[in-house]
Design a protein around this ligand. Sequence first.
Ligand code: PGA
Length: 251
Amino acid sequence: MRRYVIAGNWKMNFTPSQATAFINEIKPMVAGKDNCDIIFCAPYVTIDAAMKAAEGSNIKIGAENVHFAEKGAYTGEVSAEMLKEIGVEYVIIGHSERRQYFGETDETVNLRTKAALAAGMKVILCLGEVKEQRLAGITREIVSMQTKLDLAGVSAEDMKNVIIAYEPVWAIGTGLTATPEQADETCGQIREALAEIYGAEVAEATIIQYGGSMNEKNAAELLAKTNVDGGLIGGASLVAAKFTAIVDAAQ
Ligand code: PGA
């Protein structure tokens, strides 16, 4: 049985004081809802404040990216060791906005994934097709290729610490959502790619989230699908009532 993981991706939203206020607001709303893991991934400078506010609750705070080098001349970047030292357990890697706006490739996503895992962190690895690829009927090929490239050199043992977020790029921040059937089908195709690499046992055990305009209205239908084990939520993770409704849908 796979456990639901409901993760918020705050993106470039919330200052430290805003994050504190948000966590204080949502903490009592999700208290005791233990049928899923609840994570908010925050901007680097906001992590500490969010963690302090979340102390003693069922909310975990993660990061939105991590660099692959241990240390050195990489202006503006943050290493896995730095995140570990402040207690960060989860990190998003390969988000489509990183790929689209900041030149991330499957190669750098793979390097970051391996660095985070080596540091003992848990990775939320994002992948998904763009609109033209879905229209061309090559979604399966795209997600399969991304799965294989992004996880190259990651051991079966390390897969215990990998969550995959299937995020069709055309659905992110657009209000367009994959239908539950599309989400289930493509998450299933990712699972098949995992089975090719690691065998059925690892594929069945790996948590695969859906992300892309998941909200309080469509969450129940999406989460009901066999291959959808949670959500990575952008816009709706900034509104306590909306995010709580998604957590409720996973109960
Ligand atoms: P969205 O973002 O929910 O605002 O579409 C999802 C994501 O980018 O992870």
